[in-house]
Design a protein. Structure first.
Length: 553
């Protein structure tokens, strides 16, 4: 069965094709349109169909709050599939997240904890905040806990213009269901720090970075025992976001080194309280089910600080952190759920090993100096910034070596240099790629042996790598092994020169732009930045800012 699956959503639209349970191709719209978090997946749909070229049997679609007739017509026309074979997953937002994580995890049975800003909007006028499922093969997803809240914008869906809380509870009494009469959940509390910094609520990663500069303050508990926010502590502002009651006049445009402390302390508070709340949610789910395999997914699962905290607080739990955890991964999850439900496929696939999907691009027209892997290692050791462009693009938010910028992690000013290149905030940290066999020498990994998708931060054991050591003494890492090909070999060469089998890694893009997709995107980024080099690894062509005029043969 060949399924095209599309997420229209309100941000991070994307599309994929699943053939007999395997992802054949996948795109985020923003990579093709060059519009950050683009909501119209038309280019992604077309590119998926162009890559696959086979017959599409059916489609799954996710939209907000529900799928429009125009959405269905677009898919029907482009994919040549009847509207009767288009199956709506708009009311299964959290279920789609859960299916993606479960079928990628390698677990036969698992709890899946879904935490994002807002999931499906139900006809009762309530919206998903947090969901916990117990999943088993081939396609059993039993809801264990669901926290929902009133959605004011769509309360008319209840039929009489008001939200029927009693009716919702009666319909869903088979599991623990908690309703907050005010809109929002765990992520929305986290948003209050991001809004305080004048940032979009989709930029919570900035809050996570700043939180490490903060200290605990004198704040009450933001949550009750059921992991729901106490919204009486917060005031809604004009943008329908919230601020802590005493913060209404403290919104700031730019976080600088002379004004950051207040904002860092509050960021620390929301980081600390939200991750504690998630730990309590996980504990309650384990007590209800006895299952100690746990998958984390949804936008909050991108919080690598929280992910490490779970490992510390719950050492007996086996965790899987989904790398494509935000809404960009929804179409894959919906398609996998539909496939397993309709076919009863009991094939337990191993833990996901690749985050690379899409297409490769022709590089034959790009000509410059030919280089070697050894020369690239030397350039890095000499404190040059080198962006690498290779093969398929990374599917999720993390650059894992195919669309990356590399730098020397031993340089004491590496963070300042690379943040200037990226044109991003001074307080944001960088990741490190480390040889898997060396990881425990430099990082306190605990029981974790590998972290190939950069989903966890770990304490740093040494002062040799200041370029990737955050202010709190941690680093988000990506381990690499022999199976990773050039990346492993490059770091081995760098180790010969530096004595350290680690390089600094960040995504190949500038602030506010999507990850580069095409070689032309790479060239434009070089032109618009202070990058020293781009390396087209597949052809071993090395380009510098000085040779842009002669890049084309």
């Amino acid at each position: 069965m060949n399924i095209i699956s599309v997420n229209f959503g309100v941000h991070d639209s994307s599309a994929c094709i699943l053939s007999n349970g395997e992802v054949e191709t996948y795109y985020k719209e923003e990579r093709l349109s060059r519009i950050k978090r683009d909501v119209n997946p038309k280019l992604a749909i077309k590119q998926c169909l162009n890559d696959f070229k086979g017959k599409i049997d059916c489609a799954t679609v996710i939209s907000y709050p529900s799928c429009s007739s125009n959405d269905k017509k677009l898919i029907a026309n482009l994919a040549n599939v009847s509207e009767q074979n288009i199956h709506e997953y708009s009311y299964f937002h959290h279920l789609s997240h859960a299916a993606l994580a479960f079928y990628n995890s390698g677990f036969e049975e698992s709890l899946i904890v879904v935490i994002d800003g807002q999931g499906s909007i139900y006809t009762d006028g309530v919206a998903e905040c947090e969901s916990v499922y117990l999943a088993k093969y081939p396609c059993s997803f039993e809801c264990v806990i669901k926290n929902v809240s009133v959605n004011k914008e769509h309360s008319h869906l209840s039929g009489n213009g008001t939200v029927s809380l009693d009716r919702y509870l009666k319909k869903h009494k088979e599991y623990e269901c908690n309703i907050n009469p005010k809109e929002g959940g765990i992520v929305n509390v986290y948003n209050t720090a991001t809004v305080l910094m004048s940032q979009s609520v989709l930029e919570n990663g900035k809050t996570m970075g700043l939180s490490s500069y903060g200290k605990k303050g004198d704040y009450p508990s933001f949550f009750n025992e059921k992991s729901q926010p106490n919204w009486d502590l917060f005031t809604e502002d004009s943008s329908h976001s919230r601020l802590y009651n005493s913060h209404k006049d403290k919104v700031i445009g730019t976080i600088k080194k002379d004004n950051y402390k207040f904002y860092a302390d509050y960021a620390y508070e929301v980081q600390s309280q939200t991750q504690d709340t998630v730990v309590n949610l996980i504990k309650r789910a384990i007590e209800k089910t006895g299952c100690k395999n746990v998958c984390m997914v949804g936008g909050y699962a991108m919080n690598i600080v929280a992910n490490h905290y779970y490992l510390q607080q719950l050492p007996d739990v086996k965790f899987y952190f989904e790398p494509n955890a935000d809404d960009g991964g929804l179409p894959i999850g919906a398609a996998k759920h539909f496939h397993h439900e309709r076919t009863n496929d009991e094939t337990k696939r191993p833990i996901v090993t690749t985050a690379f999907h899409g297409k490769t691009y022709d590089l034959t027209t790009y000509r410059s100096k030919t280089t070697t892997l050894q020369e690239i290692a030397k350039l890095l050791h000499q404190n040059n910034s080198v962006a690498v462009y290779k093969g398929l693009a990374e599917a999720g938010q993390r650059a894992l070596g195919n669309r990356s910028i590399f730098f020397n992690p031993l340089h004491p000013n590496a963070k300042e240099i690379v943040n200037k290149i990226k044109k991003r905030e001074w307080y944001r940290p960088f990741a490190g790629i480390v040889l898997e066999e060396d990881a425990d020498l430099f990082f306190d990994m605990g029981v974790i042996k590998s972290s190939p998708h950069m989903t966890i931060s770990f304490p740093v054991k040494t002062d040799l790598i200041p370029g990737i050591t955050h202010i709190d003494g941690t680093c988000r890492i990506q381990t690499t092994s022999k199976e990773d090909g050039y990346l492993y070999e490059l770091i081995k060469e760098f180790k010969k020169l530096s004595g350290v089998g680690i390089i600094l890694n960040t995504s190949f893009n500038l602030a506010g732009e999507p990850l580069v997709e095409t070689p032309d995107d790479a060239v434009k980024t070089l032109k618009n930045s202070d990058l020293n080099y781009i390396w087209f690894e597949e052809t071993n062509q090395l380009f510098t800012n000085k040779k842009l005029s002669s890049m084309y043969s």
